[in-house]
Ligand binder design. Structure first.
Ligand code: AMP
Length: 197
């Protein structure tokens, strides 16, 4: 994985562990030489992961719609800032630049972005790994809700494996890496099967 798209809160959240998790994920990406693709802001968890990456020489690509562009909010030290016309273009651009997606704790913006990544994976629009970093059990109620949606037969049980959930950034990245290897192997098999007719 060369670049990971990180969705996360534009707010710091109520507990210091949330900001700390953005820093920790930044360091885990740096240690693996993985670049960051994100929403471009300097606020909340978004700002924290960007600063961590910038201060340690990591690659940071911000993608921001013109309507949200505000020099006070956009992080000034990014490797690259891509300005797009609207939110749809932003999500498409972020997704196309990254080899996988991670959601840190966040609000509606984060939830919408990560659910779109999961939905696109379900529809096979992309086949990239997706991870939820479950800091202080933040995503436990969401996991419980998804179990409920599976029990009510609105989500297929097999689609729960479209994302990985972990409380440690290194373990999360390891699991996503394994998922990526499986996906590549499956794709290779399909190519061989097609070639053999
Ligand atoms: P939220 O979780 O509601 O705070 O929204 C955060 C997510 O939505 C991020 O992953 C961003 O891609 C996007 N976003 C929300 N607010 C902003 C902002 N002020 N600047 C840039 N991106 C934002």
């Amino acid at each position: 994985m060369k670049r990971i798209c990180v969705y996360c809160g534009s707010k710091p959240g109520s507990r210091p562990e949330y900001l700390e998790s953005a820093k920790n994920l930044g360091h885990a990406l740096l240690a693996r030489n993985i670049g960051l693709v994100y929403g471009g802001a300097s606020v909340g968890l978004m700002g924290k992961i960007a600063v961590t990456m910038i201060e340690n020489g990591g690659e940071t690509i911000g993608v921001i719609p013109e309507s949200l562009f505000d020099s006070e909010i956009v992080h000034p030290g990014l490797t690259e800032l891509i300005t797009v016309e609207n939110m749809h273009q932003r999500k498409e651009t972020m997704a196309s630049l990254a080899d996988g997606f991670i959601a840190l704790p966040g609000g509606f913006g984060t939830l919408e972005e990560v659910f779109e990544a999961i939905t696109w994976s379900q529809l096979k629009i992309h086949i990239k790994p997706i991870g939820l970093l479950n800091v202080c059990g933040y995503y436990d109620p969401l996991s419980a809700f998804i179990d409920h949606a599976v029990a009510q037969e609105f989500i297929k049980p097999k689609h729960q494996s479209l994302y990985t959930i972990h409380d440690d950034p290194d373990n999360l990245l390891d699991e996503m890496h394994e998922t990526m290897k499986c996906i590549s192997k499956q794709a290779e098999h399909k190519i061989v099967e097609r070639a053999l007719g």
